[in-house]
Design a protein. Structure first.
Length: 127
C-alpha cells in the first residue's frame, strides 16, 4: 500500500512537471536589424501568455510598421542622393565650362601675341 501510494505520488508529480502543464512563452527569431528598445520595455504586469497565433500577429504588425518606416527612410535617402548627384553634376559642368573658356582665352591670347610679335617683322620685310 505504501509502495502504491509512492508510485501514485511519483506519477502525479511526473505529470505536473510535464511541459504541457506549464505554458512556456514562445521564442521567435529576431532579425539582426530588430531593436527591442525602439518598441518599449515589457513589464511583468503587461506580459501575458498569448496564443502562438496572437504572438505571430503581433510580430507581423510590428514588422509591417518597421517596413513602412524603412520605406519612408529609403524614399528620403533616395531624394537626398538624387539632389547630391544633381549638385555634383552641375558643379562638374560649371568647372568644365570654366576650363574650356580659360583654355579658349589662353589659346586666343597666345595666338594674338604671336601675331603681334611677328607683325613688325613682316612689315619690315615687306618694305
Amino acid at each position: 500500500s505504501l509502495a502504491t501510494s509512492r508510485s501514485d505520488n511519483l506519477s502525479s508529480s511526473h505529470i505536473n512537471l510535464s511541459p504541457q502543464a506549464h505554458p512556456q512563452p514562445t521564442l521567435l527569431p529576431v532579425s539582426p536589424g530588430y531593436n527591442i528598445s525602439n518598441y518599449g520595455s515589457v513589464s511583468p504586469q503587461s506580459f501575458s501568455y498569448d496564443t502562438p497565433n496572437d504572438v505571430l500577429l503581433k510580430e507581423i504588425n510590428t514588422l509591417r510598421e518597421r517596413l513602412v518606416s524603412l520605406e519612408t527612410e529609403n524614399a528620403s535617402m533616395t531624394a537626398k542622393l538624387h539632389r547630391q548627384q544633381w549638385d555634383v553634376e552641375h558643379r562638374l559642368s560649371e568647372l568644365e565650362l570654366h576650363m574650356c573658356q580659360s583654355s579658349s582665352q589662353a589659346s586666343t591670347s597666345s595666338h594674338d601675341e604671336r601675331i603681334e610679335r611677328f607683325e613688325p617683322v613682316n612689315r619690315e620685310s615687306i618694305i
